[in-house]
Design a binder for this molecule. Structure first.
Ligand code: DAH
Length: 343
């Protein structure tokens, strides 16, 4: 045999084995295989020169060639297995390493408005209230009339209403107060409920949205007093905003309560010293409340001489903005992926 041919084959094999060892991806391995073992590959070339050898030498060289081929194939198969199982994991490789921890799926969670609403309800449930619901598509009677807001009453101007076209007398409820009526009609008295839900008004700016959420409260029994209302809302504020929260009751007017009040909490941003958020007043308005008007009880066939009660209505967005330090209500509805996960 020509010593040259044998030596060149040895050199070819040792270079091939080194390249097979260092290859990093399956694609590179496969193109290396074509270059070495393919039909027009280096080994095929070596086989071709077999024919040029004197006959007596062909046997040994042929054997050497077959051994070289088997050796390269074996290394190729081993490397392929290694890359496929990712033992040689390389970030640039497309090999899937099933033993690596995968990316965690993004977990969904409750919207901040739902979280705050649930928190509000939980505080009242602790005080013995149950949850009631009413329809969002409401009739004029429950939204206005029965709440002592007759037609042409100026208080209707307080709430810019969405009326439903082609359905006379129907509207999107402007507040959750009609649930007071529905609950008394359905359950009678005594009663102690909180009613969460969506309400609608024609309003749109950084602090108003055409759809927002309220939680209504109603407590009717014998011997219910304004002092009980103050105690209830003071307890709620301290639970919701923290033990330092201070509430202030300001006389106000609502047709369905008498007397009526608005409740302010001491500004949680400046602790009452005055800042931009509270417009230097030191307080923030959070809800309306009062003793249920006798006309409302009568509309529900409840005798006002025997029963009294209080009611309150709070804005969930307003409380959420204060608690979470958000100054534009519209952020709640845009559902931006950089906004929602913060809560
Ligand atoms: N319904 C009133 C509104 O949307 C809020 C309210 C005020 C509810 C006083 C009440 C209440 O129950 O007693 O502005």
């Amino acid at each position: 045999m020509q010593p040259e041919a044998s030596e060149r084959l040895e050199e070819l094999v040792s270079r091939a084995l080194e390249e097979l060892e260092n290859v990093k991806t399956i694609e590179a391995l496969d193109s290396l295989k074509t270059r070495l073992l393919g039909r027009k590959g280096l080994l095929a070339e070596a086989f071709a020169c077999l024919r040029t050898l004197p006959e007596d030498r062909r046997g040994r060289f042929g054997k050497q060639l077959n051994e070289a081929k088997a050796c390269m194939l074996e290394r190729y198969e081993a490397k392929k297995r290694q890359l496929e199982t990712g033992q040689n994991a390389n970030p640039s490789s497309s090999v899937l390493d099933v033993s690596l921890p995968g990316p965690l799926p993004q977990a969904g969670k409750a919207h901040p408005i739902s979280q705050v609403q649930d928190e509000i309800l939980a505080i009242f449930l602790q005080m013995g209230y149950s949850v009631a619901k009413g329809p969002e598509l409401e009739d004029d009677y429950h939204n206005f009339e029965a709440l002592n807001i007759p037609k042409h009453h100026p208080a209707r101007d307080m709430q810019d209403t969405f009326f439903v076209q082609n359905a006379e007398g129907f509207l999107l409820r402007t507040h959750t107060s009609p649930v007071q009526i529905r609950v008394m009609e359905r359950l009678g008295v005594p009663v102690q409920v909180v009613a969460p839900g969506r309400v609608y008004r024609r309003d749109f700016d950084p602090t108003h949205s055409p759809m927002f959420h309220q939680v209504e409260g109603l407590m009717i029994d014998k011997d219910v007093s304004f002092a009980g209302l103050i105690g209830t809302l003071d307890f709620f504020s301290k639970r919701f905003f923290g033990p330092d929260a201070a509430v202030r009751f300001r006389p106000s007017y609502f047709p369905f309560t008498e007397p009526s009040a608005e409740v302010d909490v001491r500004c949680i941003f400046c602790k009452g010293e005055g800042c931009r958020v509270c417009k230097n007043s030191g307080y923030l308005e959070v809800l309306g409340c009062g003793m249920v008007h006798p006309a409302v009880l009568e509309a529900c066939r409840v005798d006002p001489d025997e029963w009294q009660g209080f009611a309150f209505g709070l804005g969930v967005e307003r409380l959420a903005m204060l608690k979470l330090g958000i100054d534009d209500i519209r952020l709640f509805y845009e559902n931006h992926p950089s906004f929602l996960p913060q809560f």
